[in-house]
Design a protein around this ligand. Sequence first.
Ligand code: CMP
Length: 147
Amino acid sequence: MQTTLVLLKPDCVQRNLMGEVIGRFERKGLTILGMKMLQLDDALINEHYGFLSDKPFFPSIVKYMKSSPIVAMAVKGANAVPTIRTMSGATNPVDALPGTIRGDFALSIDGNIMHASDSEETAKEELARFFKTEEIFEYERLDNVVL
Ligand code: CMP
């Protein structure tokens, strides 16, 4: 089992697409272990996207990611890291296939609906960035329990 970090970005929140994206994860069989809405500040954005700080588009990422609250989620499941990346679709919505979240709902690379960790190692780092240990709930889902 893997647990990964998903961020529902400002355009997802502003366009009322949170339920749509969360519903896709639920219907896929993934389990949400943690979820919270938060307003990002410069420090957290610099930490999360620091590897892009020398890119010309970095200022627009900072502006966009601060433009609205976002939702952070810890999502668990078999192969959750690559599965959610596949469900998300390509970073640039132009390349995201129909049926993926970005393919169905996004038009621009800035407003691309969601972020998802790209490896198990990154997921561990990113989960620790957004969640305290006590904010992640390990629990058995009723539909996974043999009664
Ligand atoms: P994300 O998966 O959150 O990781 C880095 C983000 O940078 C990416 O999604 C995009 O939203 C954003 N971004 C903006 N412009 C670009 C670009 N030209 N190339 C890659 N990522 C970009």
